[in-house]
Design a protein around this ligand. Structure first.
Ligand code: KG4
Ligand code: ZN
Length: 373
């Protein structure tokens, strides 16, 4: 076997996406299949854990089969199986971990446990490497999604097949994740679920400076975040603005008809609402960028990595790119497809562990609060 081309099957089931992927040599994606449950959770405005587990059970076999077919790889060709151990919803994780364990055992292949957050870091590194770019370390990584908002220092030793990665947590949210704030604000405004993509599009049509949301006042770690305050500020603003109620109802009716398009939402939004949306996004983006770049300065980092569902946000990307450049740092983002949960990032994160011989046995258990670093 050419070790650079080790074939790893990645399995991801930590939240509301059932995903499987085959990655060669830690960076060549042969397939990446994702079954999203967003349509199932939409009517609840968030992920319902019991429904997520049930859906993972339904999807895991066909999704893995599809990933192998698309990659033109048969089970015996695999060198290892990498599975998300945590953090995430315990019932959801249990499906992927159990399936991965059984598959590894039946095939006599090594089983690799991957931290979901490490997966998000590798989503960025995988694509950077595939494009021939070599991010310099130490790096600072912001993982920002519906479930996480957390800053890590990432160090790397060795190269290619022998590289090892080391993580230390620098800060993180004390309450809501940034994506959760997007989703909750979208719910208050009746913009549909998930809220991030539609707010991203509508914010471009409002004035980001129309309303000022004060920065969260927090003692202690300057690299911690808090997004519950801004969510409450939006709620109070809506209570003070009864004239916005009618358009909220009109949008609710559009959603009930199944019309969730950003064009419809824009047509049914007054300039006051668009300003509110733009100002909310501006405050969140500014907070994410400022604290992450301050962490990069403290760590003397050369590189900033941004990953997770909210990393798809256009204002966040533009602001990070501009501010990092001003400071002589390089900023890396995954493509939109690899920003959100997927299994290619799990296979890629499993590769250095596989090369180092870090295998698990049948006693591997999922962990809802698995820390990284
Ligand atoms: O990484 P992800 O797929 O799942 C979690 O692990 O949470 O992230 C989903 C989150 C949702 O909260 C969604 O609203 C947000 O990412 N999101 C965005 C954008 N696209 C997705 N937030 C802001 N702007 C976007 N373009
Ligand atoms: Zn995630």
């Amino acid at each position: 076997m050419n070790s650079r081309e080790a074939l790893i099957l990645g399995i991801e089931s930590s939240c509301d996406e059932t995903a499987a992927a085959v990655v060669a040599g830690g960076q060549r994606i042969l397939s990446s299949v994702i079954a999203s449950q967003v349509d199932i959770h939409r009517k609840y405005g968030g992920v319902v854990p019991e429904l997520a587990s049930r859906e993972h059970l339904r999807q895991i076999v066909p999704v893995v089969r599809e990933a192998l077919e698309q990659a033109h790889v048969a089970l015996p060709d695999l060198d290892a199986i990498a599975v998300t151990q945590g953090p995430g919803l315990i019932g959801a994780l249990l499906v992927g971990v159990t399936y991965g364990k059984v598959l590894a055992l039946a095939l006599g292949k090594p089983l690799i446990a991957v931290n979901h957050l490490e997966g998000h870091v590798h989503a960025v590194l995988l694509e950077a490497h595939a494009a021939g770019r070599r991010p310099e370390f130490p790096a600072v990584c912001l993982i920002v999604s519906g479930g996480h908002t957390i800053i890590f220092r990432v160090k790397s030793e060795g190269v290619n097949g022998t590289a090892r990665f080391f993580y230390a947590r620098i800060g993180g949210t004390r309450d809501d994740a940034a994506g959760e704030a997007y989703d909750k604000v979208a719910r208050m405004l009746a913009l549909g679920y998930p809220g991030g993509p539609v707010i991203d599009q509508l914010a471009a049509h409002g004035n980001p400076k129309a309303l000022r949301f004060g920065e969260p006042k927090m003692k202690g770690n300057p690299f911690d975040f808090s997004f519950s305050g801004i969510k409450t500020a939006v709620l109070y603003h809506l209570r003070k603005s009864p004239e916005l109620q009618q358009e909220i109802e009109a949008r609710q009716q559009a959603l009930a008809r199944g019309d969730r398009s950003a064009e419809t939402m824009r047509r049914l939004s007054s300039s006051a609402t668009l300003d509110l949306i733009a100002s909310f996004q501006h405050a969140v983006v500014e907070d994410l960028v400022t604290r992450t770049l301050a962490a990069a300065a403290q760590e003397a980092a050369h590189t900033v990595l941004v990953s997770g569902g909210v990393a798809a946000n256009s204002a966040l990307r533009a602001s990070f790119a501009a501010e990092a450049q001003r400071r002589g740092l390089e900023a890396f983002f995954p493509s939109r497809a690899l920003s959100t949960d997927n299994a290619a990032m799990i296979a890629a994160a499993g590769y250095p562990r596989f090369m180092a011989g870090e295998h698990e046995d049948a006693s591997l258990d999922p962990k809802a609060n698995l820390p990284l670093g």
